[in-house]
Ligand binder design. Structure first.
Ligand code: 5AD
Ligand code: SF4
Length: 458
């Protein structure tokens, strides 16, 4: 009896009972997973998911700060929420994530958008229930952008998928690439304990999850801050032993830290998927140096070649920044040449976006924006040709896919991902979602493949 009382006292107040929440997420997979944690925390307060933002009593925007575009979208969304708040005074609006972890942007949102009740940073998740409790009671906007890393380890998550789970292994980044805001908004590298990751993955497998994706800004530096200094490769090898798990993915890999041990582990692993997201950012040594990437184009090319030679049917994807300050035609030509030599399966290209507080913000930049746009288009055209050519090589072969559900563009088709992360569409019934099945590929396009099921799902 006493125990039950104590338990009740420790429960957060369930002020969300009978109310609904809506979360809007911008940015990367780490942010998507943070939103799954936010969902679990607010569900513990009694809130249930709303079908649309208009029906919600609590709207949370989880922001991204990596480029200007997602920041602009947040501002326009807050403008729209203003009209909603005018009609419904009891609506709680909370803005969190990478944008708000920055002091100047947190104040900007607080002062410019008076309808916002709570501004919280990336480190505030463990304190979110209390912050929301304060936000509903206090008149002033509540702000928490403390750089306090505690409490993050044991947070629950309401996962968006029943068969695929995100699993962070290392938080933060120590690299300080000259263009990047991430080290400022996600803090220094903190590896999660080896055993905690293994036990979380085992619990997920027991619950029926088939696939996990290990997340980190730079998974390759996993373990350097732990007492036993376990390597990322040893973590993967251990996870590979979990019986009920079918697939293990990981991202993102920094080229400077990708070890031969890791390549061997992926080659030998049964469940470790043959896909490396290995951002090159540029193919010019001069620009790579200015970016503080700490590898040369030659080292990158050798790494990509070793990966391709060691792991059959591997896919390598990349991120490229176009128009970094001082990028000249010959630097850009080097990047295009890198694309041709590596032959990425796909590459995301972005026009450089100056970020406050970063080193590159102080670099002089004389190139005009239209020129950068032209470079982006030229690069995308080349990469799209390469992606299509790489996909065409797969026609006639057979691949295992994990089925994700009906295709977004054609509900008569099911969509799944190959181990290489390529999207494959095929005709089939909806009950295949969450199952593995072999698909014979019949048609290749730039972004995806089409095929037919072979044999039974498993
Ligand atoms: N401008 C443009 N692109 C950027 N990225 C990171 N910072 C910037 C920036 N300031 C890109 C990098 C990174 C990806 C997640 O976003 O290519 O790999
Ligand atoms: Fe940013 Fe570089 Fe860290 Fe990636 S490795 S998050 S690009 S600083």
């Amino acid at each position: 009896m006493q125990y039950r009382q104590a338990e009740t006292l420790n429960q957060p107040p369930r002020f969300g009972e009978g109310r609904q929440y809506w979360i809007n997420t911008f940015g990367c997979q780490m942010n998507e997973h943070d939103s799954e944690i936010i969902a679990a925390l607010v569900e513990n307060l009694g809130y249930r998911p709303a079908a649309a933002p208009e029906e919600a009593d609590l709207v949370i925007i989880n922001t991204c700060a990596v480029r200007k575009k997602p920041e602009d979208k947040v501002a326009s969304m807050l403008g729209k929420l203003y009209t909603l708040k005018e009609k419904r005074d009891d609506l709680i609006i909370a803005v969190g994530g990478c944008m708000t972890q920055q002091e100047d942007l947190a104040s900007y949102i607080k002062n410019r958008f008076r309808q916002v009740d709570l501004v919280f940073g990336t480190h505030a998740l463990p304190r979110l229930p209390d912050l929301l409790d304060r936000a509903r009671r206090e008149k002033e906007t509540v702000v928490d952008i403390e750089e306090d890393y505690s409490g993050r380890e044991s947070l629950p998550a309401t996962r968006a998928s029943a068969f695929h789970a995100w699993l962070p292994v290392i938080y933060g980044c120590n690299n300080f690439c000259a263009y990047c805001v991430v080290p400022f908004v996600r803090g220094r590298e903190r590896s999660r304990h080896f055993e905690d990751i293994i036990s979380e993955a085992s619990v997920l497998a027991e619950k029926g999850y088939r696939e996990i994706t290990l997340l980190g800004q730079n998974v390759n530096s996993y373990g350097h801050d732990l007492p036993e200094k376990p390597s990322f490769a040893s973590l993967l090898a251990e996870l590979d032993q979990i019986e009920d798990l079918s697939r293990i993915r990981f991202m993102t890999s920094h080229p400077k830290d990708l070890s031969p041990e890791l390549i061997d582990t992926v080659a030998r692993g049964k469940k470790i998927c043959e896909h490396f997201h290995l951002p090159a950012q540029s193919g010019s040594n001069r620009i790579l140096k200015k970016m503080n990437r700490r590898y040369t184009r030659e080292q990158y090319l050798e790494l990509a070649l070793t990966i391709k030679e060691t792991i059959p049917d591997v896919s390598i994807t990349s991120d490229i920044i176009v128009g970094f300050p001082g990028e000249k035609e010959e630097d850009f030509a080097d990047t295009l040449d890198l694309l041709e030599q590596v032959r990425f399966d796909s590459a995301f290209a972005f026009i450089y976006s100056p970020r406050r507080g970063t080193k590159a913000e102080q670099f002089g930049d004389e190139a005009i924006y239209e020129e950068k746009e032209k470079r982006l288009q030229a690069l995308n055209k080349i990469q799209q040709r390469i992606s299509l050519e790489e996909n065409e090589r797969l026609v006639g072969t057979s691949r295992e896919v994990l089925v994700e559900g009906p295709s977004k563009n054609n509900p008569e088709l099911q969509t799944g991902r190959a181990r290489t992360n390529k999207l494959i569409h095929f005709p089939g019934p909806e009950h295949l979602t969450g199952k593995l099945i072999r698909i014979r590929i019949t048609e290749a396009r730039t972004w995806n493949l089409f095929g037919e099921a072979e044999g039974e799902p498993y």
